[in-house]
Ligand binder design. Structure first.
Ligand code: HEM
Length: 469
């Protein structure tokens, strides 16, 4: 047995810490004016076990029903958290991100990814480089990568899916998303073939939402170990690239020669941190989304049929070996609405967390300085005032002017909105095009349960029987 139950060690330490924690909490809560209603769960463990048991969607839904539709308090990942709910909560956070809330990184993530940082307030990457790193993720810059995405999707489906009696969608989409990111961002399509690197990245990611207990056998301890291997490998690649004479076109090559307004180069460590963020976004949230799109396509034949019709129109307009271009993706309007509906029903990200830098009042509740503040897509995506019959899969709800502002927020909003969203749109459309053009899909497990780890995913990885057209 190389792994321990992640809660075992904290539970063993519980009797010792219980008295201390209760007395500290009592003193701290005595000073709170009017905090949002809610429960802080178990001492130290907070509501982490509930999050694992219920998943983020149910946890948010239950707490909103029980306490308040505006805001509730909880304790997760060892932190006191105020969850602001609904479109108003989203708007309040997105609009005040720079004034009231500081960037903040989960303690586990900070320990595993940024071991050189002393505090968990996220100081890296340096703000002056933010624009640079995100330029590559803008639609104009991404245009040229559409044929690359297409040829990799073709190759992936022909080698990994065709001829297989059963394909597990989740590991397969992870592999595609990771290969693509390595290829586009650092011209290292081979990196995903390194088993050690992949395993370490996976350990690192599993630790993101764990309790901040770094003892042998805990999830965080394994994440820190994984983070060390990933950092070492990425650092080696960065240094190799610095030493190379030729100037490449990928993000890594551009980063090693970039300077800020003061003429400073980015440190190797900053570049590595940026790449770890990109790889996690690409591998986890993106593969979760592609897998969930496949899940709904296999589940709902009438939706599959309309996506198929749209994609075949585009396929017929191309030459036999002609690769997709940006103009083709602009025509995939129905397919994109299907993807958006998947993200409404099963958001790939739990939301965004930051730290309140001053006490503030929201909906009559007072949230103290230093508490963490969370917005989450679950609090508005399933609200029938914004989305009639919210349980129903209906891509047409995105036609016309679409949802009201701040109600549909899979990528967040305001200054910290996901910079990867354009990239995500292109990758998922290209993959879906190639998939439906080749195969009809049949689920092996009819009612496969969804589980929540970092991103939601089918519990058994979505095994499928694929039927070539
Ligand atoms: C379906 C896939 C994805 C979803 C749903 C998603 C969603 C999000 C959300 C909700 C945030 C947090 C915003 C906040 O804190 O308020 C975020 C941040 C971020 N995402 Fe994504 N993401 C996805 C994929 C990606 C990909 C593929 C990349 C990179 C290529 C990426 C790069 C980033 C970065 C760098 C940040 C941090 C932004 C900042 O703090 O300024 N994401 N994403």
């Amino acid at each position: 047995m190389d792994t321990l139950n992640p809660y075992l060690l904290p539970l063993l330490l519980l009797p010792l810490s219980i008295y201390l924690i209760f007395s500290i909490r009592k003193r701290a809560s005595g000073n709170l004016k009017n905090p949002p209603p809610g429960s802080m769960g178990w001492p130290f463990l907070g509501e982490n076990m509930e999050l694992d048991r219920l998943g983020s969607e149910k946890l948010v839904k239950e707490r909103m029903q029980k306490y308040s539709r505006d805001a509730f308090k909880t304790s997760l990942f060892g932190e006191k958290i105020a969850v602001l709910c609904g479109a108003q909560g989203n708007k309040f956070i997105f609009k005040n991100q720079n004034e009231l809330f500081a960037r903040w990184s989960l303690p586990s993530l900070a320990k595993a990814i940024y071991p050189d940082l002393e505090r968990t307030r996220c100081q890296e990457p340096k703000a002056s480089f933010d624009n640079f790193q995100y330029d590559i993720l803008k639609p104009d810059a991404l245009k040229k990568y559409v044929p690359v995405m297409d040829s990799l999707a073709r190759e992936h489906l022909e080698t990994e899916w065709r001829g297989s009696s059963v394909v597990e969608a989740l590991p397969s989409t992870k592999k595609y998303a990771l290969s693509l990111a390595c290829m586009i961002f650092m011209n290292r399509g081979d990196l995903d073939h390194s088993g050690d690197f992949l395993k370490s990245l996976s350990l690192l990611t599993k630790g993101i939402l764990s309790l901040p207990v770094n003892l042998p056998g805990t999830t965080l301890n394994r994440a820190v170990g994984g983070g060390r291997v990933v950092r070492r490998e990425l650092l080696r690649i960065v240094q190799e690239r610095r030493a190379a004479e030729s100037e490449g076109e990928d993000l890594l090559s551009k980063m090693v020669v970039a300077t800020n307004q003061d003429g400073e180069y980015m440190s190797d460590s900053t570049i590595v941190n940026v790449f770890i963020g990109l790889l996690i976004g690409a591998e986890y949230e993106l593969s979760s989304l592609i897998t969930n799109v496949i899940y709904y396509l296999a589940e709902l034949p009438h939706i599959y049929h309309q996506v198929f019709e749209e994609q075949m129109e585009i396929a017929k307009s191309k030459g036999p070996n002609e690769l997709l271009a940006m103009e083709d993706l602009e025509k995939m309007k129905y397919t994109w609405n299907v993807v958006r509906e998947c993200m409404r029903l099963t958001p790939p990200s739990i939301g965004g967390i930051s730290e309140s830098i001053a006490e503030f009042t929201y909906a009559g509740f007072t949230i103290p300085k230093g508490w963490k503040v969370l917005w989450t897509p679950h609090s508005s995506h399933m609200n029938s005032n914004y989305f009639p019959e919210p349980e129903k899969f209906d891509p047409l709800r995105f036609e016309g002017s679409g949802p009201e502002p701040y109600t549909y927020v899979p990528f967040g909003g305001g200054p910290r909105m996901c910079p990867g969203r354009n990239y995500v749109r292109l990758v998922v459309l290209v993959f879906t095009h190639n998939l439906v053009k080749r195969f009809r899909l049949e689920k092996v497990i009819p009612n496969e349960k969804m589980v929540f780890s970092v991103s939601p995913a089918p519990a058994s990885g979505l095994p499928l029987r694929v039927h070539p057209h």
